[in-house]
Ligand binder design. Structure first.
Ligand code: PLP
Length: 296
């Protein structure tokens, strides 16, 4: 349920004046977008989801940087970071200082003028704030996961940049279909794999594996989203004396891992209990400490 929403009138990336007046709080239940908006018609836009824990937004700057990166990949006008940042601050100010919330930032190509292929009006942009789902069970008990073929080989992202594999686009129908397939197979979540046998990411999370005292995650250039939570987790692990690294990780390494986690901004770190039906060890102490850090 969306509790707050703000419409943003995008201004050029370098504009500095009068930013507050370009952000308008709107009724979250009232119509706000044109039926011709390309986000709704083609998923042609980008977004971010920021976790807010007890009134504090986490990883705000990395989320804004990634919004700008996704916009560049889709050849959308460059977002004005100060403007988006101000909109996030206004949403945070409206959120109670206890509990878990999600702020979503959405940037669409806009409304199509004329027939298919015609130019758009210019971007439409808005943010919403909603109470987050309760992820206690996933964080404390863990999740069962299955591997699912993404249908690409590990060179696809480099070879075919128009697939937009490193961008957080509004086209999540494939991600949602993979989540449903995981449920059909009796699991909570999926991990995508390449056709040549490497790990990618989950439909809405990154994967971290523990091998001895070493923590690894798939190389972001291989066509996955570079997660803000994975980056924050690696910083914390390094500070606590655990080496971390990016690798091309063969699928077989999953079954051999000493522990595995799905990490993302709202759910935070969810330990993996089973991979394709096989049990994997769970490090509850480390999970608790990591989540306390990510939330704190
Ligand atoms: N990969 C995908 C496809 C995602 O949708 C997400 C988050 O929604 C992530 C990874 C994790 O990113 P973050 O940690 O920044 O939330």
């Amino acid at each position: 349920m969306t509790r707050f929403a703000f419409l943003i009138s995008p201004v050029p990336a370098d504009a500095t004046r009068d930013i507050d007046s370009t952000i308008t709080q709107i009724d979250p239940d009232a119509p706000a977008l044109s039926v011709g908006d390309l986000s709704a018609n083609r998923g042609d836009g980008v977004f971010e989801s920021i976790g807010v824990f007890d009134g504090r937004a986490k990883q705000g700057a990395p989320h804004l940087e990634r919004l700008a990166k996704s916009a560049r990949l889709l050849e959308l006008p460059e977002p004005n970071i100060a403007q988006w940042s101000r909109a996030v601050d206004r949403a945070v100010a409206a959120i109670p200082d206890q509990g878990e919330w999600t702020i979503k930032l959405l940037l669409s190509r806009g409304v199509q003028i004329g027939g298919p292929g015609a130019p758009a009006s210019g971007p439409t942009a808005w943010i919403t704030a909603s109470p987050a789902a309760d992820f206690t069970a996933a964080r404390e008990k863990g999740i069962r996961v299955v591997t699912l073929d993404r249908g690409y080989d590990s060179g696809a992202a480099q070879r075919a940049p128009w697939l937009l594999m490193g961008a957080k686009t509004l086209s999540y129908a494939v991600n949602m279909a993979a989540a449903r397939e995981a449920h059909r197979r009796g699991a909570d979540e999926a991990i995508f794999t390449t056709t040549d046998g490497y790990l990618l990411e989950a439909p809405t999370a990154n994967v971290i594996l523990r091998r001895g005292d070493h923590f690894i995650t798939p190389e972001p250039t291989a066509g996955i989203l570079h997660g803000t939570t994975q980056l924050a987790a690696f910083d914390w692990l390094e500070e606590n004396g655990h080496p971390t690294g990016y690798e091309h990780i063969p699928v077989a390494a999953l079954a051999a891992a000493d522990a595995a986690w799905f990490v993302s901004s709202i759910r935070l770190a969810a330990p993996v209990t089973h991979i394709d039906g096989r049990e994997v060890p769970v490090d509850h102490d480390l999970t608790r400490a990591l989540n306390a850090h990510l939330r704190g």
